[in-house]
Design a binder for this molecule. Structure first.
Ligand code: NAG
Ligand code: NAG
Ligand code: NAG
Ligand code: NAG
Ligand code: NAG
Length: 673
């Protein structure tokens, strides 16, 4: 009997030891790289189904990285890297090593020391727009790229998980565990080692066509989709409501900016310079121009209308603008009754990566008859005259004669004589050294919230405000043929307040004044500008941009309450703003930003249109645990086997001698009583 008890004790203590060693520590505040597919290839990262496991190795310099590639002895490693070692070359080496099962990027250096970071292509959207079919113009080369800081890591396929964290607590957890258990490196082979398990299993593989076909296949009995079509919602508003604009020539000036940005790491795409400065400039231009038009007398002739458009999904081969061009060709943008055709576009003005530099640069595309000298340059002249009179920055021509990635390209690809220009802050390559990355944020934009104090015109919000003023005045002159009355306006104040919401926190004055019940403080206060996938609940950024534009381009309607407001007869949308007890009417509307290449949830190759899908996954997760040494694992196995065999023997012996051991007959007798 004693022997039996000893065995049990041994068993229990071994099990406890094992459980203790295998204890997982959940690591918070990590974000994964996910998998995306286009029509022919896959990009981004994935782990194996159960997650990838590897001993942690922290490589803070090149020799430490070489150690894990050449001299490491354990069976598998997950490598922790600082940002400056997170390069395409290093990653390729890690990816091709059998021993490396994953990478985690640890940012602990201070933000001042990060001079550039972009995982985007050096030529963003290099296969679409003018470069795509039908035109196939070669407009950007890797030798002379727009995004010269791009490492192109996001444009490759990695068959391992890559995570990122900048959370101090998480980083010190990893470092402590590494130091305590994995150093010194030379004696790792016989010890228990600190390890990570990184799970980010992506269901999609190969390419969009294959993935969507598999998802739709009738053999796919579980309702699981392997991937989803990327896309979202475009927002637009006519300056003069369609029903009121009855000029026979139906000429439109499109003023546009993009609504999206992206980043290698999921959920962290702040898009400050790639998106926000231009987006806010568009909102303010719209507001000012709308107010000016409202205040002009009835008999002021408006020869042209302005259509403000925010394109979504532009980071992925121009999803939004590609769709609108397609719809225009089909005569169904924004809808059949009010179709705006490509030939109705009198001028195309795009705002892109604007910031407070010494000058603004305008890029035009010159091919025969695209109205450069007859339409675009006269408009730039108006702009420059007004800017000069206000002692503001002037727009200078891009002399490089190259054409940057832009939504405008989608239009030029289908009608190359669409007159227009792109206002930017860069000449031959992006000023933005953090393009499409998680560091394209308020810090690098050098934006400081003024919070009702005086706003300097040289500050970022001062620049955005004054740019919007000048653009609105020039547009006014363009459509009415009369100079604008440049009265005092509150653009500066709005620029500061709006930028604060769009780059710093959703818990901001502009929205809390407008809709306190909707925009109360919430957990996710920083906006993510990633476009996402179609048919998902609208993303915050879409809601906010739509609400902002609606509010800024709205007519007041004097009715006393919400019920009356809902009953107002108008071709516009009406809204009741409870916080201000005010009824407004606005023409702001939306269209679907999804590629025409996907009809019926399938990918049909359509020349030049975006073909991006995003993989689905169930969860992503990083855990840390102590991985027993191979010797220990052998010991556990041998002991386990021994215990199992002994248990069988004992069991056999017990059942054989049960009568004597437990006094069997007696038990039966007593139960009979
Ligand atoms: C997908 O991307 C690859 C590489 O970036 C490119 O060569 C290919 O043309 C793209 N396919 C489509 C259908 O856009
Ligand atoms: C790399 O870092 C290790 C540990 O911090 C240090 O001992 C080594 O000298 C460094 N090597 C180089 C080349 O800087
Ligand atoms: C990473 O490794 C996989 C599998 O070995 C390979 O197919 C892929 O091309 C590699 N990625 C890069 C960017 O080298
Ligand atoms: C803005 O100013 C107000 C009043 O001075 C202050 O209460 C508030 O905390 C400030 N907000 C921020 C974000 O600094
Ligand atoms: C908004 O667009 C839809 C079609 O997408 C159209 O039916 C509706 O009338 C539009 N609303 C306004 C107020 O323009």
């Amino acid at each position: 009997m004693k022997f039996l008890i000893y065995i049990c004790l041994l068993n229990v203590s071994l099990a406890m030891l094992n459980v203790h060693d295998k204890m997982y520590v959940q690591l918070d505040a990590t974000t994964p790289c996910v998998r995306r597919l286009n029509g022919t290839q896959s990009f981004g990262c994935t782990s194996s189904r159960g997650g990838n496991v590897g001993v942690i190795h922290l490589a803070y310099n090149k020799s430490e990285l070489n150690w894990v590639l050449n001299s490491a002895e354990a069976e598998s490693y997950i490598v922790g890297l600082p940002l400056y070692l997170f390069t395409l070359e290093n990653l390729k080496q890690l990816n091709s090593s059998e021993r490396i099962t994953g990478v985690v990027v640890l940012q602990k250096e201070s933000r001042e020391n990060i001079k550039y970071f972009s995982t985007e292509d050096r030529c963003p959207n290099r296969y679409s727009g003018l470069a795509g079919p039908p035109r196939r113009k070669s407009i950007c080369t890797s030798e002379n790229p727009w995004n010269s800081d791009g490492s192109e890591i996001a444009m490759r396929r990695w068959d391992m998980p890559i995570f990122f964290t900048d959370n101090d607590h998480t980083i010190s957890q990893i470092e402590d565990c590494f130091k305590k258990f994995n150093l010194p490196l030379s004696t790792q082979i016989n010890r228990s080692l600190c390890a990570l398990e990184m799970s980010s299993h992506m269901f999609a593989s190969v390419n969009s066509a294959t993935c969507l076909r598999r998802s739709a296949s009738r053999y796919n009995i579980n309702p699981l989709r392997y991937c989803d079509i990327m896309g979202g919602i475009n927002i637009y508003s006519p300056l003069i409501p369609f029903t009121e604009f009855r000029e026979p020539k139906k000429e439109y000036i499109i003023v546009s900016a993009r609504l999206d940005s992206t980043s290698l790491f999921y959920g962290r795409a702040p898009g400050a310079l790639s998106t926000v400065t231009s987006l806010v400039s568009l909102l303010l231009t719209a507001k000012l121009l709308f107010n000016m038009i409202q205040n002009t007398s009835e008999d002021t002739k408006k020869n042209q209308n302005v259509l403000f458009i925010l394109f979504n999904g532009e980071a992925y081969d121009y999803i939004g603008s590609g769709r609108i061009v397609y719809d225009m060709e089909q005569g169904q943008f924004p809808y059949k009754e009010e179709a705006v055709k490509l030939e109705n576009i009198a001028l195309f003005v795009e705002l892109s990566q604007l910031m407070n530099n010494e000058s603004i640069v305008y890029h035009t595309y010159s091919e025969d008859n695209n109205g450069r000298s007859s339409v675009t340059l006269p408009f730039i002249n108006k702009f420059n005259n007004i800017a000069k009179a206000r002692k503001f920055i002037t727009a200078v021509e891009d002399t490089e004669n190259r054409f940057p990635p832009s939504s405008y390209q989608s239009f030029l690809a289908h009608r190359n004589n669409t007159p227009g220009c792109i206002f930017t802050s860069y000449h031959s390559k992006f000023q933005n050294r953090f393009y499409h990355s998680l560091y394209d944020d308020a810090f690098n934009l050098k934006y400081k919230y003024a919070n009702n104090t005086k706003i300097d015109r040289d500050s970022m919000q001062g620049f955005v405000a004054e740019f919007s003023n000048v653009l609105a005045y020039s547009l006014f002159e363009q459509i009415t043929g009369k100079p604008a009355e440049q009265s005092y306006n509150n653009t500066f104040d709005y620029a500061d307040k709006l930028m604060y919401c769009f780059v710093e926190t959703l818990n901001c004055e502009f929205y809390s004044d407008l809709l306190p019940e909707v925009f109360s403080p919430r957990e996710a206060t920083l906006l993510d500008y990633y476009v996402g996938v179609v048919n998902q609940r609208a993303r915050h950024i879409v809601d906010l941009a739509r609400i902002s534009l609606t509010y800024l381009m709205a007519k007041n309607i004097s009715v006393p309450n919400a019920d009356e407001c809902a009953k107002v007869k108008t071709p516009l949308y009406t809204y009741w703003i409870p916080a201000q007890k005010r009824c407004i009417a606005s023409a702001v509307n939306t269209t679907e930003a999804s590629s025409p290449a996907f009809s019926n949830q399938e990918y049909n190759y359509k020349e030049g249109y975006s073909s991006w899908t995003e993989s689905s996954w169930t969860m992503t997760n990083v855990r840390m645990f102590l991985k027993p040494s191979p010797k220990y694992e052998l010991l556990v196995f041998v002991t386990g086997t021994f215990i199992m065999v002994t248990s069988f023997v004992i069991l056999f012996w017990i059942s054989h001698n049960a009568r004597e051991l437990f006094n069997y007959p007696h038990l039966i007798t007593s139960s009979n009583i």
